[in-house]
Design a protein around this ligand. Structure first.
Ligand code: GRF
Length: 208
């Protein structure tokens, strides 16, 4: 049986990319990173890809500026890359750009995102600060399939962490991030094992 081919989209630090790389190298995740794609040049995530000998691409959003629908045009370029590298599952690992129907239709239930809140609470930017602002006592992270709409797709896995008195955005983000690094490779593994079934809004896990 051939190994699941991943396309990882990044925009920055790339610690979740690193967690996937580490899981593959440790043999706890049977998958192959076919390509890492960034919408930002020179970010640490691209350096991590390079250090591990992975194929990586910076796709410049400016290259489609001035076209009638630049977001869709950009996603068509991404799609070309995914098809070229025969990607079977797309993972948004700190990818700070909204994906359009171009990708969502082509990769239905085959795009995953990691978000630092217990969705459906606190979608969007600075989710950890949103949790603090609401005085939430429990925070966490979610891996979900991507649909149109921000951070709203079917939930695959979640993990909770406590919010402690005196937490700052940085402290809470760090506590959540540690859990993200376990959760994302686990969700990919479930996908690779063919154990995820999407039914409406929900994802059922076979033999959970
Ligand atoms: C993570 O907190 C992730 O949940 C969010 O963006 C951050 C990316 O961090 N979507 P990194 O680039 O993986 O280190």
């Amino acid at each position: 049986m051939s190994v699941l081919r991943l396309g990882i989209f990044v925009s920055g630090r790339g610690s979740n990319l690193q967690a996937i790389i580490d899981a593959i190298e440790a043999g706890t995740l049977e998958a192959e990173i076919a390509v890492v794609i960034s919408n930002k040049p020179g970010v640490p995530a691209l350096g991590r890809a390079e250090r591990h000998g992975l194929t990586s691409v910076f796709l410049d959003p400016k290259s489609v500026a001035g076209t009638p629908d630049p977001r869709q045009a950009y996603d068509r370029k991404l799609l070309e890359q995914l098809q070229h590298h025969r990607v079977q599952l797309v993972v948004l690992a700190g990818y700070m750009k909204i994906v359009t129907s171009v990708l969502i239709d082509a990769y239905e239930s085959r795009i995953m995102n990691i978000h630092p809140s217990l969705l459906p609470s606190f979608p969007g930017l600075r989710a950890q600060q949103q949790a603090l602002d609401h005085g939430a006592k429990v925070a966490g992270c979610t891996v979900h399939f991507v649909t149109e709409g921000m951070d709203t797709g079917p939930i695959i896995l979640q993990r909770a962490v406590p919010v402690e008195e005196g937490d700052t955005e940085d402290i809470l983000s760090e506590r959540i991030l540690k859990e993200e690094h376990g959760l994302l490779p686990r969700a990919i593994r479930l996908f690779a094992e063919g154990r995820l079934k999407v039914e409406g809004r929900a994802v059922h896990i076979r033999d959970a």
